[in-house]
Design a protein around this ligand. Structure first.
Ligand code: BGC
Length: 675
């Protein structure tokens, strides 16, 4: 055995089909080698198998580029955070981000990137709201599938995380999310399901928390019944870092479907424990194999066992990647308010601009927790404005002495203040009182004030919103964010971002923050709101948000027309086609995100007044008209019927709402469905 020429073994033959290689590799491994592969070697690396020449598989964090920790602090492209990427409502950009970040990780010889992070933004205080995508399961699914496809197109494994119902940081390694099957199916699981069924994700990260009492890493119903058996997942389930520790036993993890325990020094999956449990017949080799084949498949798919020269090229910090980062910022920054309109500013008539606020020169890439990036560069709002204004507009400090004032406030990734941080939930929706004072003083000195919010989550605005004519949500917009912001303020870029989350007026309006029972209390958190998460709740209970889901202004105007729904009535399984026309009625090119919501008007269970089931971003020249067409399938009409344990579409009338936001409905129609 010592002289085994492993290169002659079939699994090394890259001309063979993937499944044949996986089967052969599994056959060659001894039981001990299998045990050793079940846990990492160190923080971001798996163990090698020297006897078979299998090298180490490496990974690093996403989801905003290649994470600093796993890449040994290498300088990388810093992409806008997940909530900003999703605010583009442009899956093509999510795909470009996925591919670009995968090329970056490939360039350092790694095989897996730990992202995208796709937990639902259930509670606006959740510390990782900035990293996650949205409160809506449909938008979440579209953006997740695109990111996974982009990543895997260059043979790097995506790892969608954190599966499932990991919606707060407080007590994250202990808390049990007490959630109904209906809410899981309709709200919390769809993006994971789509990432598997449509994106064919090669890996999934199991969460820290418990779901209805069972830890994510040993949750057989989630990992085996749903993921593998129902959705057809063929990759590997990776534990979140140290998430297997609090589980009940080695065998419950094996039987539960956990493939790889991370990081190194495994607790449940250290070799000794695995061997002891195996000897005691606590699990079978077949059970172990069914978890392990997913891992072996990832090795083959990512080219770990192929000639590196035959793999798609890696590259980092390229002009193209910086451009993608900038494009996401340009399309993800949201114009929330624009009275007057004050914006865009005319570079030829503005002589002096006052630029102030605590976030004006702050860099954000290297913060927030595991997603932190050591950015190759980061253009702050101040730098972006300086570049733009050079030799044209004077930057001053005193708002009274300026034509326009720009105040850059908001949050940052801060462990002490508990703002937009992994491991800590925010304490409130407030921005610091000193910032409120600054906004109020500025607008008193100069009514032409623009507030730019830098944050990864909604903040309260009650104290100042009415006085301020223009507000821009910049998020953490990546390394090119300052340039994108300056272009938006001066009109070089026409904003087209839309909110992927409701901005509530006050915390108590959010259903997750109803009481300690529903957030931040004991070891169980009760998802009492069921499927009424985000705008589903605000619509159903008639609560006015500050800015609704899907909201975002443009410098041009759009007219909606010609709604057609066919066939009507609808029966059986056939899709319903909805089409309409949108015209750019202004004199600037711009992009509009057309949003399609439906409502099951008479249902046997309470259903949300509106559910997003389609969207399309149209890029329109002045005067141009384009049509948008959507297909609704049976699943789009369905709710999860807990009694039947199945999706159910009920006969009756369905309303169709076409909007520029969830509360700016431009066209309305209906169809009758007969099951
Ligand atoms: C985070 C994961 C991350 C992992 C590795 C954990 O604390 O929850 O999202 O991928 O660390 O850095």
């Amino acid at each position: 055995m010592a002289n085994l020429d492993y290169r002659t073994l079939p699994f090394w033959d890259s001309n063979l089909d993937v499944e044949a290689r996986v089967a052969d590799l599994l056959k060659q491994l001894t039981l001990q080698e299998k045990f050793s592969l079940c846990a990492g070697k160190s923080l971001f690396a798996m163990k090698p198998v020297p006897r078979l020449g299998i090298p180490i598989l490496h990974m690093s964090d996403g989801p905003h580029g290649v994470g600093a920790l796993g890449s040994h602090l290498k300088k990388m492209t810093y992409f806008p955070v997940g909530i900003c990427r999703t605010a583009t409502w442009n899956p093509a950009l999510a795909e470009q981000y996925g591919r670009a970040s995968a090329e970056e990780i490939r360039s350092i010889g790694y095989q897996m990137i730990l992202g995208p992070a796709i937990n639902i933004q259930r509670a606006p205080l959740c510390g990782r709201t900035f990293e996650y995508q949205t409160e809506d399961p449909y938008l979440n699914s579209r953006m997740a599938v695109a990111a996974v496809r982009g990543t895997q197109s260059v043979r790097v494994a995506a790892c969608v995380k954190h599966y499932a119902a990991n919606n707060q940081e407080f007590k994250r390694m202990r808390v049990s999310s007490e959630v109904s099957e209906r809410a899981l199916r309709e709200i919390y699981l769809p993006a994971f399901e789509a990432a598997v069924r449509e994106g064919n994700t090669w890996s999934v990260m199991a969460c820290y928390n418990r779901v209805n009492g069972v830890y994510g890493c040993e949750h057989r119903d989630l990992l085996v019944s749903k993921l593998r058996e129902e959705w057809g997942f063929r990759g590997v389930v990776v534990s979140d870092w140290y998430a297997a520790r609090p589980t009940s036993s080695t065998e419950t993890c094996v039987k539960g479907g956990l493939g790889l325990e991370m990081p190194g020094g495994g607790s449940r999956y250290n070799q000794k424990r695995l061997a002891t449990a195996f000897k005691a017949n606590k699990f079978t080799e077949a059970e172990l194999d069914s978890n392990l084949t997913g891992l072996l498949r990832v090795m083959i798919l990512t080219g770990l066992l192929d000639d590196p020269k035959s793999l798609p090229a890696g590259a980092r910090n390229t002009k193209e990647h910086f451009e993608i980062s900038r494009k996401i910022a340009e399309e993800g920054i949201v114009l929330l308010k624009n009275e007057g309109p004050l914006l865009p500013l005319d570079i030829n008539s503005v002589k002096k601009i006052a630029v102030l606020g605590p976030n004006v020169a702050r860099k954000n890439g290297f913060g927030g927790g595991s997603s932190m990036i050591r950015a190759a560069h980061e253009i702050t709002p101040l730098q972006g404005l300086k570049e733009k204004c050079k030799r044209k507009v004077k930057l001053v400090k005193n708002p009274a002495d300026a034509d326009v004032a720009v105040v850059v406030v908001g949050l940052h990734h801060c462990m002490l203040s508990h703002w937009d941080m992994e491991m800590y939930d925010k304490k409130s929706l407030a921005i610091p009182p000193a910032q409120v004072d600054l906004i109020q003083q500025t607008v008193t000195l100069n009514p032409k004030t623009v507030v730019v919010l830098v944050s990864g989550s909604p903040v309260e605005m009650d104290a100042w919103l009415e006085q301020v004519p223009a507000v821009v949500e910049m998020w953490y917009a990546g390394m090119e964010g300052g340039r994108a912001l300056a272009d938006i303020l001066f009109g070089g870029v026409n904003p087209s971002g839309k909110l992927p989350i409701t901005f509530p007026k006050r915390l108590a309006d959010s259903p997750a923050h109803a009481s300690e029972r529903t957030f931040g209390g004991a070891d169980k958190v009760f998802y009492d709101e069921g499927v009424f998460v985000g705008y589903r709740h605000f619509d159903a209970r008639g609560i006015e948000p500050i800015f609704p889901f899907g909201h975002g202004l443009s410098y041009t105007t759009f007219a909606y027309d010609q709604l057609e729904i066919s066939p009507a009535p609808v029966s059986g399984e056939g899709p319903v086609t909805v089409s309409l026309e949108v015209t750019n009625t202004g004199n600037r090119a711009g992009a509009e995100v057309v949003q399609l919501y439906i409502q099951d008007v008479e249902a046997s269970v309470e259903r949300p007044p509106k559910e997003l089931k389609g969207f399309q971003k149209l890029f329109l020249a002045p005067g141009e008209t384009q049509s948008a067409t959507f297909e609704l399938n049976l699943r789009d009409l369905s709710f999860w019927d807990e009694a039947a344990n199945a999706w159910k579409a009920e006969s009756g009338t369905f309303a169709v709402y076409i909007g520029s936001s969830s509360r700016d409905i431009r066209l309305q129609g209906e169809f009758d469905y007969t099951s």
